[in-house]
Write a protein that binds this ligand. Structure first.
Ligand code: AMP
Ligand code: MN
Ligand code: MN
Ligand code: MN
Length: 282
C-alpha cells in the first residue's frame, strides 16, 4: 500500500519523522513518502526508521507556489535530497515563509492581536513556520475556540492572514523538482475549488512546466472527485498519485493509508520508478 503525501513536525504535522514512519508501518503502508511543506529536514530521520522497519521511504517535499493569485501546492516525489536544486528550493522557500510570517503578524497586530510572530514561532519550534502555527497561537490565546475557526476568520483563503505574494511560480517550483531528479505532482486539485475551465488552465500550465502527475486520491474523498481527477489524468496524459495528506492522528479523513486505492485504469506515479516498487504495491 502506497501513501505518497504525509507531514511530520518538520512542517505542520505533529508526529516526529520516526513516529510517522512507525505509524505508517503499523497501518500497512509499504511505500511512504514524507512530503513536508517546503523542507527536507525530516527525511534523514524518516529514512533511518524506514530502513530499520523494512519499508520503503520515498524522499518527498510539498512546495508552495502562486498561480493566478491562488496558493497552489506541488509535491515532489523521489527527489535527490542532496541535489543543489533542492537545497536552493528549500532556502528560497524558508525565506518566503519567514517574510510571510512577519507580514501575517504585522497584519494581526494591526487588528489588535499582538505578539503573534513570537507565539507562532514558539509553537513551530525547529520546524518551518506556517499558518497552522498561527492558528494554534490564536487558539492558545483565546482569540478563537478552534483551529478551524482560526482559518475561517483570520488565515484561510482571502482572509487577512492569507499572505501569498512571496511564493514562486508554478514553473519555478516544478523546475526545482525536475532538476533534482523528481516527479512533480499537482497536489489535491479539488481543494482549490476552481471551475472546471480554470482547473484545466492550471493543469495546462503545470504540464507546460514539466509536471507529470496529479493526486487522483487525496485522503478520504467522494467518488465524484475521484472520477473527476481520473478524467483529468486521461485528458492530460498524467500519472496518478495517492496520499493521505496526514498531519495529525485521530482524523479519519486524513489517516495514513486510509483511502481508497487508485482506480485500476490509472497509470500510477510509481510505474515511473524502479520495478521493485511494483512488487511492494501488492
Ligand atoms: P501554509 O503551508 O503555512 O500556507 O499553511 C497551509 C496548511 O494549513 C495546510 O497544509 C493545512 O495543513 C492547514 N490548513 C489549511 N486550512 C485549514 C483548516 N481550515 N483547518 C486546519 N488546517 C488547515
Ligand atoms: Mn499542512
Ligand atoms: Mn497541501
Ligand atoms: Mn500536504
Amino acid at each position: 500500500m502506497f501513501d505518497l503525501h504525509t507531514h511530520s513536525l518538520s512542517s505542520d504535522g505533529i508526529l516526529s519523522p520516526q513516529a510517522l514512519v512507525s505509524r505508517a508501518n503499523d497501518r500497512g503502508v509499504s511505500v511512504l513518502a514524507l512530503t513536508d511543506h517546503d523542507t527536507l529536514s525530516g527525511l534523514a530521520e524518516a529514512e533511518a526508521e524506514a530502513d530499520r522497519l523494512g519499508i520503503r521511504l520515498i524522499n518527498g517535499i510539498e512546495l508552495s507556489c502562486l498561480w493566478q493569485g491562488l496558493g497552489v501546492h506541488i509535491v515532489g516525489l523521489n527527489i535527490d535530497r542532496h541535489h543543489p536544486h533542492m537545497l536552493a528550493a528549500v532556502q528560497a522557500q524558508e525565506a518566503c515563509r519567514d517574510r510571510r510570517a512577519e507580514m501575517i503578524a504585522e497584519r494581526l497586530a494591526k487588528i489588535g492581536i499582538p505578539d503573534a510572530l513570537a507565539g507562532a514561532r514558539a509553537i513551530a519550534g525547529d520546524g518551518i513556520i506556517g499558518r497552522p502555527h498561527f492558528a494554534q497561537f490564536l487558539v492558545a490565546t483565546g482569540v478563537v475556540p478552534t483551529i478551524n475557526a482560526a482559518f475561517k476568520k483570520y488565515l484561510g483563503a482571502g482572509k487577512i492572514g492569507d499572505v501569498k505574494q512571496f511564493w514562486p511560480s508554478v514553473a519555478e517550483v516544478v523546475g526545482w523538482i525536475v532538476g533534482a531528479g523528481g516527479v512533480a505532482v499537482l497536489a489535491h486539485p479539488a481543494k482549490y475549488k476552481l471551475t472546471r475551465s480554470k482547473c484545466c488552465r492550471l493543469i495546462e500550465d503545470f504540464c507546460d512546466a514539466g509536471g507529470l502527475a496529479l493526486e487522483v486520491i487525496s485522503g478520504r474523498q467522494s467518488i465524484d472527485i475521484t472520477r473527476n481527477m481520473l478524467q483529468l489524468t486521461e485528458r492530460y496524459q498524467l500519472l496518478a498519485s495517492c496520499g493521505s495528506d496526514f498531519h495529525v492522528p485521530g482524523q479519519p479523513w486524513q489517516e495514513l493509508g486510509g483511502f481508497e486505492p487508485l482506480p485500476s485504469m490509472c497509470k500510477p506515479v510509481w510505474s515511473f520508478w524502479a520495478d521493485r516498487l511494483e512488487t511492494l504495491a501488492e
